[in-house]
Design a protein around this ligand. Structure first.
Ligand SMILES: [Fe+2]
Ligand SMILES: [Fe+2]
Length: 278
């Protein structure tokens, strides 16, 4: 007799739903769409550039454990996770191609940095470490998603662009515990997950900044006082990235951490209800 282990710790009332959305960002991607600010726009565009390759790696690392999971609830969540990340990849690939065509960036060069990082991890890390990397990345996307859904940063952005980022953000919240629950049920350790978040944070920030600088250089915006000032404020200032994300970021280092210990179902529900009406 097979013993079915209840490995999903996702609370009731959430459905990981695959929404096949398409966005027309033709006009917005020509310009500094985030508050007319060159640095913030390049930073978000760089994040977009990381998604198609990054999210493929997330899917692969979780799928690699499909045969070891026998909880039907978690299995269903995994298939929702694959579907959502697949849609995100498709829309961000379109975004990235259009962005490079409009602003003269070298798509191949920008993508190759991310591809190299993923292949290094797969070459040097174990299968479980790669999954740990996904768990770490999913923590980062979930805490960023919460902030965006709370109205951080995107308040003045053109509706179609805001819709795109919030669609992605809401689904990151919905599936935030899937990789974590798989990692826990296949014996991933506390020590390794802490190590992988440290590693992810270091590499992700280094790579995002490198890509941001490369885009700014291409647009002759890099060596400008306003760009530097805005970049420092965006990263370290009041209301900026580090200060806004830090409280939730550090919760991951607690031994009893679970993504749903921080219950933001209400935020998700109110976003989804408003989105259905719109
Ligand atoms: Fe995603
Ligand atoms: Fe995700």
């Amino acid at each position: 007799m097979t013993v079915v282990l209840q490995s999903s710790k996702m609370p009731d009332g959430i459905e990981i739903k695959v929404r096949n959305r398409q966005f027309n960002l033709e006009k917005q991607l020509e310009e500094d769409w985030l508050d007319g600010d060159a640095f913030k726009t390049a930073f978000f565009n760089s994040m977009s550039m990381s998604f198609p390759i990054g999210e493929k790696s997330f899917i692969d690392s979780v799928r690699a454990y499909s045969d070891e999971i026998n909880d039907p609830k978690l299995k269903k969540e995994m298939s929702g996770f694959f579907g959502q990340e697949g849609m995100h990849r498709r829309e961000h690939q379109k975004y990235n191609e259009l962005l490079c065509a409009k602003r003269g960036y070298d798509l191949e060069k920008l993508e190759s940095g991310w591809a190299k990082r993923v292949s290094q991890l797969n070459k040097r890390g174990t299968k479980l470490m790669v999954l740990g990397g996904t768990v770490a990345a999913e923590h980062f996307t979930a805490i960023l998603a919460e902030k965006l859904l709370q109205g951080w940063l995107l308040g003045n952005v053109a509706p179609e662009m805001r819709k795109m980022w919030l669609w992605h953000a809401s689904e990151e919240l919905e599936h935030k515990s899937v990789a974590f629950d798989v990692y826990q049920s296949v014996g991933g350790s506390y020590k390794m997950r802490k190590f992988m978040l440290r590693l992810f944070t270091l590499h992700f920030l280094m790579d995002i900044l490198a890509s941001t600088f490369s885009m700014l250089r291409q647009n002759k915006q890099l060596w400008k006082w306003n760009t530097l000032k805005s970049g420092l404020k965006f990263i370290f200032g009041k209301g900026g990235l580090v200060r806004e994300l830090w409280p939730q970021y550090k919760s991951f280092y607690k031994k009893d951490f679970h993504p749903w210990n921080h219950d933001n179902r209400e935020l998700l529900e109110s976003y989804l209800a408003a989105e259905t009406v719109a």
